[in-house]
Ligand binder design. Structure first.
Ligand code: FAD
Ligand code: SF4
Ligand code: SF4
Ligand code: SF4
Ligand code: SF4
Length: 412
Protein backbone atom coordinates (compact mmCIF):
# COMPACT_ATOMS: atom_id res chain seq x y z
CA UNK A 1 0.00 0.00 0.00
CA UNK A 2 1.36 3.40 -1.01
CA UNK A 3 1.21 6.27 1.47
CA UNK A 4 1.65 10.03 1.27
CA UNK A 5 5.36 10.82 1.31
CA UNK A 6 6.44 7.55 -0.36
CA UNK A 7 9.05 7.71 -3.09
CA UNK A 8 9.10 4.87 -5.60
CA UNK A 9 10.19 3.98 -9.09
CA UNK A 10 7.14 3.07 -11.20
CA UNK A 11 6.48 1.71 -14.67
CA UNK A 12 3.50 0.35 -16.56
CA UNK A 13 2.97 -3.29 -17.49
CA UNK A 14 1.08 -2.22 -20.65
CA UNK A 15 3.56 -2.82 -23.48
CA UNK A 16 1.80 -0.57 -25.99
CA UNK A 17 2.02 2.35 -23.56
CA UNK A 18 5.58 1.54 -22.46
CA UNK A 19 6.78 1.63 -26.09
CA UNK A 20 5.45 5.15 -26.62
CA UNK A 21 6.04 6.54 -23.14
CA UNK A 22 8.79 8.88 -22.04
CA UNK A 23 10.10 6.91 -19.07
CA UNK A 24 8.29 3.64 -18.47
CA UNK A 25 4.74 4.93 -18.91
CA UNK A 26 3.56 4.99 -15.28
CA UNK A 27 1.75 8.29 -15.88
CA UNK A 28 -0.25 7.04 -18.87
CA UNK A 29 -0.77 3.65 -17.22
CA UNK A 30 -2.23 5.28 -14.10
CA UNK A 31 -4.50 7.55 -16.12
CA UNK A 32 -5.74 4.61 -18.19
CA UNK A 33 -6.46 2.64 -15.03
CA UNK A 34 -8.34 5.61 -13.51
CA UNK A 35 -10.48 5.89 -16.65
CA UNK A 36 -11.18 2.15 -16.89
CA UNK A 37 -12.17 1.94 -13.21
CA UNK A 38 -14.31 5.07 -13.55
CA UNK A 39 -12.26 6.88 -10.89
CA UNK A 40 -12.41 9.65 -13.50
CA UNK A 41 -14.88 10.26 -16.34
CA UNK A 42 -12.28 11.73 -18.70
CA UNK A 43 -8.58 12.44 -18.96
CA UNK A 44 -7.10 15.75 -20.13
CA UNK A 45 -3.64 15.23 -21.61
CA UNK A 46 -1.44 16.36 -24.47
CA UNK A 47 -0.60 14.61 -27.71
CA UNK A 48 1.56 15.29 -30.73
CA UNK A 49 -0.26 17.17 -33.49
CA UNK A 50 1.23 17.99 -36.90
CA UNK A 51 4.80 17.62 -35.66
CA UNK A 52 6.87 17.62 -32.47
CA UNK A 53 6.42 21.41 -32.11
CA UNK A 54 2.66 21.07 -32.00
CA UNK A 55 1.36 19.93 -28.61
CA UNK A 56 -2.39 19.44 -28.70
CA UNK A 57 -4.50 19.29 -25.54
CA UNK A 58 -6.93 16.42 -25.83
CA UNK A 59 -9.80 15.05 -23.75
CA UNK A 60 -9.87 11.27 -23.74
CA UNK A 61 -12.84 9.17 -22.69
CA UNK A 62 -11.88 5.87 -24.35
CA UNK A 63 -9.05 4.21 -22.34
CA UNK A 64 -7.68 2.58 -25.52
CA UNK A 65 -6.90 6.04 -26.96
CA UNK A 66 -4.58 6.97 -24.10
CA UNK A 67 -1.55 5.21 -25.57
CA UNK A 68 -1.47 7.95 -28.25
CA UNK A 69 -0.90 10.58 -25.58
CA UNK A 70 2.20 9.04 -23.93
CA UNK A 71 5.54 10.87 -24.19
CA UNK A 72 6.77 14.36 -23.25
CA UNK A 73 6.50 17.33 -25.60
CA UNK A 74 8.91 20.07 -24.52
CA UNK A 75 8.08 22.48 -27.33
CA UNK A 76 4.37 22.70 -26.62
CA UNK A 77 3.85 25.77 -24.55
CA UNK A 78 0.24 25.70 -23.56
CA UNK A 79 -1.42 25.69 -20.17
CA UNK A 80 -4.12 23.15 -19.36
CA UNK A 81 -5.66 24.82 -16.31
CA UNK A 82 -7.83 27.38 -18.07
CA UNK A 83 -9.21 24.77 -20.48
CA UNK A 84 -10.78 23.02 -17.49
CA UNK A 85 -12.59 26.20 -16.54
CA UNK A 86 -13.48 27.30 -20.07
CA UNK A 87 -14.54 24.09 -21.73
CA UNK A 88 -15.06 21.49 -19.00
CA UNK A 89 -17.29 23.44 -16.65
CA UNK A 90 -14.50 23.72 -14.08
CA UNK A 91 -14.81 19.96 -13.44
CA UNK A 92 -18.02 20.72 -11.59
CA UNK A 93 -19.98 17.90 -13.22
CA UNK A 94 -17.32 15.43 -14.24
CA UNK A 95 -14.26 13.87 -12.64
CA UNK A 96 -11.11 14.56 -14.63
CA UNK A 97 -7.60 13.13 -14.53
CA UNK A 98 -4.97 15.59 -15.75
CA UNK A 99 -1.24 15.46 -16.39
CA UNK A 100 0.11 18.72 -14.96
CA UNK A 101 3.40 20.53 -15.17
CA UNK A 102 4.09 22.93 -12.29
CA UNK A 103 2.38 25.83 -14.06
CA UNK A 104 -0.71 23.73 -14.92
CA UNK A 105 -0.97 22.76 -11.26
CA UNK A 106 -0.55 26.34 -10.08
CA UNK A 107 -3.18 27.54 -12.55
CA UNK A 108 -5.64 25.00 -11.19
CA UNK A 109 -5.04 26.16 -7.60
CA UNK A 110 -5.55 29.81 -8.54
CA UNK A 111 -8.78 28.98 -10.38
CA UNK A 112 -9.95 26.84 -7.47
CA UNK A 113 -9.42 29.74 -5.04
CA UNK A 114 -11.77 31.77 -7.24
CA UNK A 115 -14.31 28.92 -7.30
CA UNK A 116 -13.77 28.44 -11.03
CA UNK A 117 -12.69 24.80 -10.82
CA UNK A 118 -13.56 22.05 -8.36
CA UNK A 119 -10.36 20.35 -7.20
CA UNK A 120 -12.37 17.60 -5.47
CA UNK A 121 -13.22 16.30 -8.94
CA UNK A 122 -9.68 16.47 -10.29
CA UNK A 123 -6.86 13.93 -10.05
CA UNK A 124 -3.59 15.70 -10.82
CA UNK A 125 -0.67 13.60 -12.01
CA UNK A 126 2.27 15.97 -11.88
CA UNK A 127 5.35 15.85 -14.08
CA UNK A 128 8.61 17.47 -12.98
CA UNK A 129 9.54 20.23 -15.34
CA UNK A 130 12.91 21.71 -16.17
CA UNK A 131 11.32 23.98 -18.76
CA UNK A 132 9.79 24.19 -22.20
CA UNK A 133 10.83 25.84 -25.44
CA UNK A 134 8.47 27.87 -27.59
CA UNK A 135 7.71 26.20 -30.94
CA UNK A 136 9.01 29.24 -32.84
CA UNK A 137 12.27 29.30 -30.86
CA UNK A 138 12.67 25.51 -31.16
CA UNK A 139 12.53 25.66 -34.96
CA UNK A 140 14.91 28.65 -35.09
CA UNK A 141 17.37 27.06 -32.64
CA UNK A 142 17.41 23.70 -34.44
CA UNK A 143 17.99 25.41 -37.78
CA UNK A 144 20.59 27.96 -36.67
CA UNK A 145 22.46 26.24 -33.82
CA UNK A 146 22.00 22.55 -34.59
CA UNK A 147 22.19 23.19 -38.35
CA UNK A 148 19.43 20.66 -38.93
CA UNK A 149 16.20 21.05 -40.87
CA UNK A 150 13.54 21.28 -38.11
CA UNK A 151 11.11 19.28 -40.24
CA UNK A 152 13.42 16.25 -40.13
CA UNK A 153 13.45 16.10 -36.32
CA UNK A 154 11.51 13.09 -35.03
CA UNK A 155 12.03 13.53 -31.29
CA UNK A 156 13.41 16.08 -28.87
CA UNK A 157 14.30 15.73 -25.22
CA UNK A 158 15.93 17.68 -22.44
CA UNK A 159 18.34 15.42 -20.56
CA UNK A 160 21.28 16.11 -18.23
CA UNK A 161 21.23 19.80 -19.07
CA UNK A 162 21.24 19.25 -22.84
CA UNK A 163 18.61 19.86 -25.51
CA UNK A 164 18.83 16.75 -27.68
CA UNK A 165 17.24 16.17 -31.06
CA UNK A 166 16.85 12.92 -32.97
CA UNK A 167 16.60 13.40 -36.70
CA UNK A 168 16.72 11.34 -39.86
CA UNK A 169 20.31 10.15 -39.81
CA UNK A 170 21.41 10.77 -36.21
CA UNK A 171 21.08 12.75 -33.02
CA UNK A 172 22.73 15.84 -31.58
CA UNK A 173 22.74 17.54 -28.19
CA UNK A 174 23.86 21.01 -27.12
CA UNK A 175 24.07 22.22 -23.54
CA UNK A 176 21.13 24.36 -22.47
CA UNK A 177 23.51 26.81 -20.75
CA UNK A 178 25.33 27.41 -24.02
CA UNK A 179 22.07 27.79 -25.93
CA UNK A 180 20.66 30.23 -23.39
CA UNK A 181 23.82 32.31 -23.23
CA UNK A 182 23.37 32.84 -26.97
CA UNK A 183 19.70 33.82 -26.72
CA UNK A 184 18.17 30.41 -27.54
CA UNK A 185 16.75 27.80 -25.19
CA UNK A 186 13.84 27.69 -22.77
CA UNK A 187 11.12 30.30 -22.54
CA UNK A 188 12.23 33.14 -20.30
CA UNK A 189 9.47 32.47 -17.75
CA UNK A 190 10.59 28.82 -17.55
CA UNK A 191 14.12 29.96 -16.73
CA UNK A 192 12.72 31.92 -13.77
CA UNK A 193 10.32 29.13 -12.73
CA UNK A 194 10.88 27.56 -9.31
CA UNK A 195 8.12 24.98 -9.38
CA UNK A 196 10.19 22.08 -10.59
CA UNK A 197 8.54 19.20 -8.73
CA UNK A 198 4.76 19.71 -8.54
CA UNK A 199 4.13 18.54 -4.98
CA UNK A 200 0.68 20.19 -4.92
CA UNK A 201 -0.43 17.50 -7.39
CA UNK A 202 -1.54 14.07 -6.18
CA UNK A 203 1.59 12.40 -7.56
CA UNK A 204 4.81 14.06 -8.72
CA UNK A 205 6.53 12.06 -11.48
CA UNK A 206 9.80 12.56 -13.30
CA UNK A 207 13.17 11.37 -14.39
CA UNK A 208 15.36 12.96 -11.74
CA UNK A 209 16.69 10.35 -9.30
CA UNK A 210 16.03 7.22 -11.36
CA UNK A 211 19.36 5.37 -11.34
CA UNK A 212 20.61 1.82 -11.75
CA UNK A 213 18.85 -0.71 -13.97
CA UNK A 214 15.63 1.34 -13.98
CA UNK A 215 17.24 4.45 -15.50
CA UNK A 216 15.26 5.42 -18.60
CA UNK A 217 12.72 2.66 -17.97
CA UNK A 218 10.85 3.95 -14.94
CA UNK A 219 9.59 7.17 -13.46
CA UNK A 220 10.38 8.50 -10.01
CA UNK A 221 7.06 8.98 -8.20
CA UNK A 222 6.63 11.07 -5.06
CA UNK A 223 3.25 10.42 -3.48
CA UNK A 224 1.88 13.82 -2.51
CA UNK A 225 -1.71 13.17 -1.32
CA UNK A 226 -4.02 10.46 -0.09
CA UNK A 227 -5.80 10.59 -3.47
CA UNK A 228 -2.48 9.89 -5.17
CA UNK A 229 -1.63 7.09 -2.71
CA UNK A 230 -5.01 5.41 -3.33
CA UNK A 231 -4.65 5.58 -7.11
CA UNK A 232 -1.13 4.15 -7.04
CA UNK A 233 -2.09 1.38 -4.58
CA UNK A 234 -5.14 0.32 -6.60
CA UNK A 235 -3.25 0.35 -9.90
CA UNK A 236 -0.46 -1.71 -8.38
CA UNK A 237 -2.92 -4.20 -6.88
CA UNK A 238 -4.54 -4.59 -10.31
CA UNK A 239 -1.09 -5.29 -11.82
CA UNK A 240 -1.29 -2.29 -14.16
CA UNK A 241 1.69 -0.50 -12.67
CA UNK A 242 4.72 -1.95 -10.92
CA UNK A 243 6.79 -0.15 -8.34
CA UNK A 244 9.93 -0.57 -6.29
CA UNK A 245 11.33 1.56 -3.49
CA UNK A 246 13.40 4.45 -4.85
CA UNK A 247 17.14 4.03 -4.46
CA UNK A 248 18.55 6.12 -1.54
CA UNK A 249 21.33 7.48 -3.71
CA UNK A 250 18.70 8.31 -6.36
CA UNK A 251 16.68 10.29 -3.80
CA UNK A 252 19.83 12.22 -2.90
CA UNK A 253 20.59 12.94 -6.56
CA UNK A 254 17.01 14.10 -7.16
CA UNK A 255 17.33 16.50 -4.22
CA UNK A 256 20.59 17.89 -5.60
CA UNK A 257 19.18 18.38 -9.10
CA UNK A 258 16.12 20.13 -7.71
CA UNK A 259 18.20 22.49 -5.61
CA UNK A 260 20.49 23.24 -8.59
CA UNK A 261 17.41 24.04 -10.69
CA UNK A 262 16.08 26.36 -7.97
CA UNK A 263 19.42 28.18 -7.83
CA UNK A 264 19.33 28.55 -11.60
CA UNK A 265 15.81 29.98 -11.31
CA UNK A 266 17.09 32.52 -8.77
CA UNK A 267 19.96 33.44 -11.09
CA UNK A 268 17.59 34.13 -14.00
CA UNK A 269 15.21 36.09 -11.75
CA UNK A 270 18.05 38.31 -10.58
CA UNK A 271 19.25 38.86 -14.15
CA UNK A 272 15.83 39.49 -15.75
CA UNK A 273 14.59 41.76 -12.96
CA UNK A 274 17.85 43.73 -12.85
CA UNK A 275 17.52 44.38 -16.59
CA UNK A 276 14.10 45.88 -15.90
CA UNK A 277 15.60 48.43 -13.54
CA UNK A 278 13.99 49.72 -10.35
CA UNK A 279 11.27 52.19 -9.44
CA UNK A 280 10.75 54.93 -12.01
CA UNK A 281 13.04 53.28 -14.57
CA UNK A 282 11.06 50.04 -14.34
CA UNK A 283 7.81 51.92 -14.79
CA UNK A 284 9.20 53.78 -17.80
CA UNK A 285 10.29 50.48 -19.37
CA UNK A 286 6.85 48.97 -18.84
CA UNK A 287 5.06 52.04 -20.23
CA UNK A 288 7.36 52.08 -23.27
CA UNK A 289 6.98 48.38 -24.04
CA UNK A 290 3.22 48.27 -23.50
CA UNK A 291 2.78 51.23 -25.85
CA UNK A 292 3.09 48.64 -28.64
CA UNK A 293 -0.14 46.98 -27.46
CA UNK A 294 -2.89 46.49 -30.06
CA UNK A 295 -5.53 45.56 -27.43
CA UNK A 296 -6.15 42.10 -28.88
CA UNK A 297 -7.02 40.75 -25.39
CA UNK A 298 -4.92 37.57 -25.94
CA UNK A 299 -3.14 38.09 -22.62
CA UNK A 300 -6.47 38.21 -20.80
CA UNK A 301 -7.90 35.24 -22.71
CA UNK A 302 -4.84 33.13 -21.89
CA UNK A 303 -4.25 34.13 -18.27
CA UNK A 304 -5.52 31.49 -15.86
CA UNK A 305 -6.30 34.18 -13.31
CA UNK A 306 -8.40 36.32 -15.68
CA UNK A 307 -11.79 34.71 -15.44
CA UNK A 308 -14.19 37.66 -15.04
CA UNK A 309 -17.32 37.73 -17.19
CA UNK A 310 -17.27 41.52 -17.19
CA UNK A 311 -13.62 42.45 -17.53
CA UNK A 312 -12.76 45.94 -16.27
CA UNK A 313 -10.52 46.52 -19.30
CA UNK A 314 -13.69 46.54 -21.42
CA UNK A 315 -15.42 49.19 -19.34
CA UNK A 316 -15.52 52.39 -21.44
CA UNK A 317 -15.11 54.68 -18.43
CA UNK A 318 -11.81 52.95 -17.58
CA UNK A 319 -10.36 52.22 -21.02
CA UNK A 320 -11.69 54.30 -23.90
CA UNK A 321 -13.06 52.10 -26.70
CA UNK A 322 -11.51 52.27 -30.17
CA UNK A 323 -8.10 53.53 -29.01
CA UNK A 324 -4.95 51.69 -30.05
CA UNK A 325 -2.64 51.53 -28.24
CA UNK A 326 -4.95 51.57 -25.26
CA UNK A 327 -4.38 53.96 -22.40
CA UNK A 328 -1.87 52.60 -19.84
CA UNK A 329 -4.90 52.00 -17.59
CA UNK A 330 -5.54 48.81 -19.63
CA UNK A 331 -2.30 47.32 -18.29
CA UNK A 332 -2.63 48.87 -14.83
CA UNK A 333 -5.94 47.07 -14.41
CA UNK A 334 -4.28 43.75 -15.11
CA UNK A 335 -1.32 44.54 -12.85
CA UNK A 336 -3.61 45.47 -9.98
CA UNK A 337 -5.84 42.41 -10.41
CA UNK A 338 -3.24 39.74 -11.11
CA UNK A 339 0.14 40.66 -9.67
CA UNK A 340 -0.48 39.12 -6.24
CA UNK A 341 -1.37 35.79 -7.88
CA UNK A 342 0.63 35.58 -11.10
CA UNK A 343 2.03 32.06 -11.47
CA UNK A 344 4.60 33.03 -14.14
CA UNK A 345 3.15 30.58 -16.64
CA UNK A 346 4.25 32.82 -19.51
CA UNK A 347 1.04 32.55 -21.51
CA UNK A 348 0.41 36.31 -21.69
CA UNK A 349 3.86 36.76 -23.23
CA UNK A 350 3.88 33.67 -25.41
CA UNK A 351 0.63 34.67 -27.09
CA UNK A 352 1.17 38.43 -27.34
CA UNK A 353 1.30 39.29 -31.06
CA UNK A 354 3.41 42.37 -30.27
CA UNK A 355 6.04 40.41 -28.29
CA UNK A 356 5.49 42.49 -25.18
CA UNK A 357 7.20 40.76 -22.22
CA UNK A 358 3.98 40.77 -20.19
CA UNK A 359 4.90 37.77 -18.05
CA UNK A 360 8.21 39.36 -17.07
CA UNK A 361 6.45 42.57 -15.97
CA UNK A 362 3.80 40.71 -13.98
CA UNK A 363 6.23 38.21 -12.48
CA UNK A 364 8.59 41.00 -11.37
CA UNK A 365 5.70 42.61 -9.50
CA UNK A 366 4.51 39.30 -8.05
CA UNK A 367 7.96 38.61 -6.60
CA UNK A 368 8.00 42.06 -4.93
CA UNK A 369 4.56 41.37 -3.42
CA UNK A 370 5.68 37.97 -2.25
CA UNK A 371 8.60 39.61 -0.44
CA UNK A 372 6.21 42.06 1.23
CA UNK A 373 3.35 39.74 2.19
CA UNK A 374 4.89 36.26 2.16
CA UNK A 375 2.23 34.82 -0.12
CA UNK A 376 3.36 32.37 -2.82
CA UNK A 377 0.66 31.87 -5.44
CA UNK A 378 -0.31 28.54 -6.96
CA UNK A 379 1.02 26.10 -4.40
CA UNK A 380 -1.96 25.72 -2.10
CA UNK A 381 -5.43 27.09 -1.40
CA UNK A 382 -4.00 29.92 0.76
CA UNK A 383 -5.55 33.22 -0.29
CA UNK A 384 -3.48 36.29 -1.17
CA UNK A 385 -3.45 39.01 1.45
CA UNK A 386 -6.08 41.08 -0.36
CA UNK A 387 -8.40 38.11 -0.11
CA UNK A 388 -8.65 38.71 3.62
CA UNK A 389 -10.16 42.20 3.29
CA UNK A 390 -13.86 42.13 4.03
CA UNK A 391 -15.51 45.29 2.76
CA UNK A 392 -18.15 45.79 5.47
CA UNK A 393 -15.65 45.28 8.30
CA UNK A 394 -13.14 47.57 6.62
CA UNK A 395 -15.68 50.34 6.11
CA UNK A 396 -16.67 50.11 9.77
CA UNK A 397 -13.00 50.26 10.78
CA UNK A 398 -12.37 53.26 8.54
CA UNK A 399 -15.33 55.08 9.99
CA UNK A 400 -14.38 54.20 13.58
CA UNK A 401 -10.69 55.09 13.31
CA UNK A 402 -10.72 57.87 10.76
CA UNK A 403 -7.87 56.04 9.03
CA UNK A 404 -7.33 56.70 5.35
CA UNK A 405 -5.98 53.18 4.75
CA UNK A 406 -8.53 51.12 2.83
CA UNK A 407 -7.35 48.08 4.75
CA UNK A 408 -4.46 47.46 7.05
CA UNK A 409 -2.25 45.17 5.06
CA UNK A 410 0.56 45.07 7.57
CA UNK A 411 -1.60 44.06 10.51
CA UNK A 412 -2.40 40.46 9.41
P1 FAD B 1 4.17 9.09 -20.03
O1 FAD B 1 3.41 7.86 -19.73
O2 FAD B 1 4.97 9.16 -21.27
O3 FAD B 1 3.15 10.33 -19.96
C1 FAD B 1 3.55 11.62 -20.18
C2 FAD B 1 2.38 12.54 -19.93
O4 FAD B 1 2.80 13.88 -20.11
C3 FAD B 1 1.23 12.30 -20.88
O5 FAD B 1 0.03 12.33 -20.16
C4 FAD B 1 1.32 13.48 -21.84
O6 FAD B 1 0.08 13.82 -22.40
C5 FAD B 1 1.84 14.56 -20.92
N1 FAD B 1 2.50 15.67 -21.58
C6 FAD B 1 3.39 15.63 -22.59
N2 FAD B 1 3.81 16.85 -22.90
C7 FAD B 1 3.16 17.70 -22.08
C8 FAD B 1 3.16 19.12 -21.92
N3 FAD B 1 3.95 19.90 -22.64
N4 FAD B 1 2.34 19.66 -20.96
C9 FAD B 1 1.55 18.88 -20.19
N5 FAD B 1 1.54 17.53 -20.29
C10 FAD B 1 2.32 16.96 -21.23
N6 FAD B 1 11.14 15.09 -15.54
C11 FAD B 1 12.26 15.33 -14.87
O7 FAD B 1 12.63 14.58 -13.96
N7 FAD B 1 13.01 16.46 -15.14
C12 FAD B 1 12.64 17.37 -16.08
O8 FAD B 1 13.33 18.37 -16.29
C13 FAD B 1 11.44 17.17 -16.77
N8 FAD B 1 11.00 18.09 -17.67
C14 FAD B 1 9.80 17.89 -18.30
C15 FAD B 1 9.30 18.88 -19.15
C16 FAD B 1 8.07 18.71 -19.79
C17 FAD B 1 7.55 19.81 -20.67
C18 FAD B 1 7.33 17.53 -19.58
C19 FAD B 1 6.00 17.32 -20.25
C20 FAD B 1 7.81 16.54 -18.72
C21 FAD B 1 9.04 16.72 -18.07
N9 FAD B 1 9.54 15.76 -17.17
C22 FAD B 1 10.70 15.98 -16.49
C23 FAD B 1 8.78 14.55 -16.86
C24 FAD B 1 9.21 13.35 -17.69
O9 FAD B 1 9.57 13.74 -19.00
C25 FAD B 1 8.07 12.32 -17.81
O10 FAD B 1 6.88 12.96 -18.23
C26 FAD B 1 7.77 11.66 -16.50
O11 FAD B 1 8.91 11.02 -15.99
C27 FAD B 1 6.68 10.61 -16.68
O12 FAD B 1 7.16 9.61 -17.53
P2 FAD B 1 6.15 8.50 -18.03
O13 FAD B 1 6.83 7.60 -18.99
O14 FAD B 1 5.49 7.89 -16.84
O15 FAD B 1 5.09 9.44 -18.79
FE1 SF4 C 1 7.75 23.97 -16.69
FE2 SF4 C 1 7.73 26.05 -14.98
FE3 SF4 C 1 7.93 26.42 -17.61
FE4 SF4 C 1 5.63 25.55 -16.58
S1 SF4 C 1 6.60 27.56 -16.22
S2 SF4 C 1 6.60 24.79 -18.45
S3 SF4 C 1 6.40 24.28 -14.92
S4 SF4 C 1 9.41 25.41 -16.27
FE1 SF4 D 1 0.53 33.58 -16.55
FE2 SF4 D 1 0.79 36.06 -17.51
FE3 SF4 D 1 -1.36 35.42 -16.09
FE4 SF4 D 1 1.05 35.60 -14.91
S1 SF4 D 1 -0.12 37.26 -15.84
S2 SF4 D 1 -0.47 34.00 -14.60
S3 SF4 D 1 2.39 34.85 -16.53
S4 SF4 D 1 -0.78 34.59 -18.09
FE1 SF4 E 1 -10.85 40.03 -14.44
FE2 SF4 E 1 -9.06 41.98 -14.18
FE3 SF4 E 1 -8.47 39.85 -15.65
FE4 SF4 E 1 -10.27 41.58 -16.53
S1 SF4 E 1 -8.09 42.00 -16.18
S2 SF4 E 1 -10.50 39.34 -16.54
S3 SF4 E 1 -11.24 42.21 -14.63
S4 SF4 E 1 -8.86 39.86 -13.45
FE1 SF4 F 1 -1.79 44.02 -25.84
FE2 SF4 F 1 -0.20 41.92 -26.17
FE3 SF4 F 1 -2.21 41.83 -24.41
FE4 SF4 F 1 -2.71 41.81 -27.03
S1 SF4 F 1 -1.63 40.23 -25.85
S2 SF4 F 1 -3.76 43.01 -25.45
S3 SF4 F 1 -1.11 43.18 -27.77
S4 SF4 F 1 -0.41 43.15 -24.31
Amino acid sequence: MAAKGDMVYAWTTDKEIADKAELGGAVTGLLKFALEKKIVDAVLVVKKGQDIYDAVPTLVTNPADLKNTAGSLHCGTMLLAKLVKKYLDGAEHMKIGITVKGCDMMGLYELAKRQQVNLDNIVMIGVNCGGSVSPVMARKMIKEKFEIDPDTVKKEEIDKGQFIVEFEGGHKGISMDELEEQGYGRRTNCRRCKLKIPRGADLACGNWGVIGDKAGKATFVEVCSQKGADLLSQAEKAGVVKTEKANEKGIEIRGKVESAMLKLGDKWRAKDFANLGDGRKRLETIVKETSKCIKCYSCIEACPICYCVECSTRKPYLVAPGEVPPNFMFHLIRFSHISDSCINCGQCQELCPMDIPNALFMHAQQVEMEKMFGHTPGISMELPVLGFAEEKTERERLSATGSDQIFDIFKA
